[in-house]
Design a protein around this ligand. Structure first.
Ligand code: F6P
Length: 336
C-alpha cells in the first residue's frame, strides 16, 4: 500500500512524533510506502507530494512544529465562481496520479470536517486529532494539549511571585477560542484564583468580590486565568478587557500577560510523545485492516477509533459539571 500523510490547521507539539509513529509502523512493520504531502490540503491541491524514507524520520520525537508544513486551506469551501480552482477535483486527480491508496490527515476540527468530505468523495481516509485546544469531539484528549497546559502552568507559576511581591492582580490569557480546556487545566494546576472560560458566563462584580475577599483574608494579590475566547466589549482582547474591568471595579493595580503562540511551539511533553506515537501506530493498523473513514481516539486509557461522520462539525466543550470545576468551586475558586 502507498499512504499519503498531511498535517493541516494550527501546529502543535507532538505532530512530528505522530508522523514518525505512522511512518515507522507503516514502513517497518507493514512494508508500506509513505509519501509526505506538504502544507496541508494546499499541498494536495498543488501536488506537493514526495516519498518519505527512514532518513527523514530521524530526530522527530521531540521536535516541535511539523516537518510537513501546514496550512489552513479548506478545499471544500464553495467556489467563488466557475473560473476559480476546482480544488476537490484537483485533490482527487493528485491522489490518483500519485497512486495513493489512503490519506492520513492529522489536524483539528477543521481538518476532521475536510477529512470527512474527502471520505464522502470516495477517498480512503484516516484522521488523527491534534490540537492544543483539546476541543476535537470524539477523543478524550488530543495530543498537544498536555504540552500547552504544561507551558501555561509554568507561566502561571512564574506570575505568582511577582503578583505577591507587588500586591497586584495578574491576568493571564491562554489560548482557546470556543473551548476553555487550557484555561481550566492550567488555571487549576497553576493555582489560579479566578478562571474564566468561554463556556461559563461571568459577572465582573463576582470577580471583584473574590479579589476583595482575598484582601480581607490577608491576600492582597490574585491570579486570574482567562481563555482568549471569553466575551468582551468593544473588540478588546480578553486579558486587556478583564484587567481594565478589575482595576475599575476594585481599584487594585492589575497587569496582563498574553501567552500566545509560546503555547504551541517547542518540544512535546512525554505524555504527548507517547499519545502521538500510539495514535500514529493505531492509524497504520486501521489502514492495514482497510478500515477507513475513521478518526483515531483516546477513550479512557485505550486507543480506538470513531467514525468521521460522528466527529465532523462537532466541538468538545467544557461542561459546568466537569470534576475540576466542581472541585475548584468547592475550594473557593471563582469561575465567573
Ligand atoms: O491551534 C488552535 C489555536 O491555537 C487557537 O487556540 C488559536 O486561537 C488559533 O489556533 C490561532 O492560530 P492561528 O493564528 O495560526 O490561526
Amino acid at each position: 500500500m502507498r499512504i499519503g500523510i498531511l498535517t493541516s490547521g494550527g501546529d502543535c507539539p507532538g505532530i512530528n512524533a505522530t508522523i514518525r509513529g505512522v511512518c515507522k509502523t507503516a514502513m517497518n512493520y507493514y512494508g508500506m510506502e509513505v509519501c509526505g504531502i506538504h502544507n496541508g490540503f494546499r499541498g494536495l491541491i498543488d501536488n506537493e507530494i514526495a516519498p518519505l524514507n527512514e532518513d527523514s524520520l530521524s530526530g522527530l520525537l521531540n521536535m516541535g512544529g511539523t516537518i510537513l508544513g501546514t496550512s489552513r486551506e479548506k478545499p471544500f469551501k464553495k467556489r467563488i465562481n466557475a473560473m476559480s480552482e476546482d480544488k476537490p477535483a484537483m485533490m482527487l486527480q493528485n491522489i490518483r496520479n500519485n497512486k495513493l491508496d489512503c490519506i492520513v490527515c492529522i489536524g483539528g476540527n477543521g481538518t476532521q470536517k475536510t477529512a470527512y468530505k474527502l471520505a464522502e468523495a470516495g477517498v480512503n481516509v484516516i484522521s488523527i486529532p491534534k490540537t492544543i485546544d483539546n476541543d476535537v469531539w470524539g477523543t478524550d484528549i488530543s495530543f498537544g494539549f498536555d504540552s500547552a497546559v504544561s507551558i501555561a502552568t509554568e507561566a502561571i507559576d512564574r506570575l505568582h511571585s511577582t503578583a505577591t511581591s507587588h500586591q497586584r492582580v495578574m491576568v493571564i490569557e491562554v489560548m482557546g477560542h470556543k473551548a476553555g480546556w487550557i484555561a481550566l487545566y492550567s488555571g487549576m494546576a497553576g493555582g489560579g484564583d479566578i478562571i474564566l472560560l468561554p463556556e461559563i458566563p461571568f459577572d465582573i462584580h463576582c470577580i471583584g468580590d473574590t479579589i476583595i475577599n482575598r484582601l480581607k483574608k490577608g491576600k492582597p494579590y490574585s491570579i486570574v486565568v482567562v481563555a482568549e475566547g471569553i466575551p468582551t466589549i468593544g473588540g478588546k482582547k480578553a486579558a486587556q478587557y478583564i484587567a481594565e474591568e478589575i482595576e475599575y471595579e476594585t481599584g487594585f493595580e492589575t497587569r496582563e500577560t498574553v501567552l500566545g503562540y509560546i503555547q504551541r511551539g517547542g518540544s512535546p511533553t512525554a505524555f504527548d510523545r507517547n499519545l502521538a506515537t500510539r495514535m500514529g501506530g493505531h492509524a497504520t493498523e486501521l489502514i492495514a485492516q482497510k478500515q477507513f473513514g475513521r478518526m483515531i481516539s483516546l477513550q479512557g486509557s485505550n486507543i480506538t477509533s470513531v467514525p468521521l461522520e460522528e466527529v465532523s462539525g462537532k466541538l468538545k466543550l467544557v461542561t459546568e459539571n466537569h470534576d475540576l470545576i466542581l472541585q475548584g468551586r468547592r475550594m473557593g475558586i471563582c469561575f465567573g
